[in-house]
Design a binder for this molecule. Structure first.
Ligand code: 4NP
Length: 147
């Protein structure tokens, strides 16, 4: 049993995509893991994911429609085992709310690169983000199940 949290800025584009992709992979692999997502910002609290991301994910069989945005909180570092930031700005903001001595790891999701924010871009940005996240998520699950 592992608990994973994916974090971006608004929790309506990148981290809900990561959330849905991780849930789908966990289900395919028969893993009873807890998966969630959050944003460092609070502007979209309670909102569903961006309709463009919902549509792009649905075309790949990933249902994001039940998800609702929430803001990341210090307690997340107590509850979750692993917290993944989509970009360096998210990472930096998470370090500011991370209580000292909490057990959760905090990493950049792509290790040494960022998932670009598709919010102000075109539709191809959403597919690119889904490609990036899907490829990394398979590797991440391989690593986490081996550890
Ligand atoms: P996300 O994209 O961080 O991938 O959810 C964004 C969504 C909304 C805003 C910024 C980024 N915004 O400024 O409202």
């Amino acid at each position: 049993m592992k608990r994973l949290l994916f974090v971006c800025l608004g929790n309506i584009c990148r981290s809900p995509a990561a959330d849905g992709i991780a849930r789908t992979i966990a289900s395919h692999r028969g893993l009873d893991w807890e998966v969630d997502s959050a944003g460092t910002g609070g502007w979209h609290i309670g909102d569903p994911p961006d309709a463009r991301m919902v549509e792009a994910a649905a075309a790949r069989g990933i249902d994001l429609s039940p998800l609702r945005a929430r803001q990341a909180a210090p307690e997340d570092f107590v509850h979750f085992d692993h917290v993944y930031a989509m970009d360096r700005n998210n990472f930096s903001n998470l370090t500011k709310i991370r209580p000292p001595g909490t057990g959760a790891s905090l990493d950049l999701f792509l290790s040494d690169a960022e998932v670009p924010d598709p919010y102000y871009g075109g539709a191809e940005g959403f597919d690119h983000v889904l490609d990036l996240i899907s490829a990394r998520m398979e590797t991440l699950f391989d690593q986490l199940t081996a550890s």
